[in-house]
Design a protein around this ligand. Structure first.
Ligand SMILES: [Zn+2]
Length: 223
């Protein structure tokens, strides 16, 4: 049973309503690591904690499989399948650095998968929160949040003159920021998506049609 045939070369998606689930044992590990003040994600375990390093490392390792189940093997930011963007990494939407948001390091909705280019080179330690709240969902984010926002409410995607183009919704600051941070409209990325589209069209045309149709219905693309 191969799923390969239906594999899209790229996918822009929202993870709204989806969420990884920790087992009871994993919850114990996370609670045992508290307070989360930085450095709990990897490396040494604090002396005061009774958590075993192996258990914490297993938890971190298992996250990847859990995330693949809800988002597939696509970078959440550039949308490319790992075949086209390389190995996917566990990414913290609000960065986990000790001077940033270590308290959200194991927060289910703060975790997703992204390629090395997006995660490391483009996003890095970018502070994605503009207004902080210790209640994760109440934070104000600067980028389109994979779990809290609908991607297509902020960003439009369509094919025009053979090019797989991407644009912000005219009113969306988050769309603008996301596109510029991840260089989604760069010539390189547009060319890459367009090439993948042409190379694979016969396989996934129907699946993308819906996405295109939605975007093509937008006023500015009608002209
Ligand atoms: Zn990416």
């Amino acid at each position: 049973m191969s799923k390969k045939k239906n594999k899209l070369p790229f996918l822009f998606q929202s993870l709204k309503g989806k969420k990884i689930k920790y087992s009871k044992a994993e919850e114990l590990v996370i609670n045992g690591l508290k307070p989360l003040i930085g450095g709990e994600w990897e490396g040494k375990i604090k002396k005061v904690s009774s958590v075993l390093r192996k258990d914490r490392d297993d938890l971190r390792f298992n996250l990847k499989e859990k995330l693949i189940k809800i988002q597939g093997e696509y970078c959440i930011y550039c949308g490319l399948h790992k075949d086209h963007c390389g190995v996917l990494e566990r990414e913290h939407i609000a960065p986990k650095g000790s001077k940033l948001y270590p308290e959200f390091v194991f927060e289910e909705e703060n975790l997703c998968l992204a390629c090395h280019e997006c995660n490391f080179y483009l996003k890095g330690e970018e502070d994605t929160i503009s207004k902080y709240s210790k209640n994760y969902r109440s934070n104000k984010f600067t980028i389109v949040h994979p779990y809290l926002n609908d991607f297509f409410s902020h960003i439009e995607f369509a094919v025009k003159d053979g090019k797989a183009i991407i644009r912000k919704k005219p009113w969306s600051r988050k769309g603008k920021k996301t596109i510029s941070l991840f260089e989604l409209d760069s010539t390189e990325n547009t060319t890459k998506r367009s090439g993948l589209l042409i190379a694979n069209e016969w396989i996934f045309k129907d699946k993308y049609d819906k996405m295109f149709e939605k975007a093509l219905n937008e006023k500015y693309l009608k002209t």
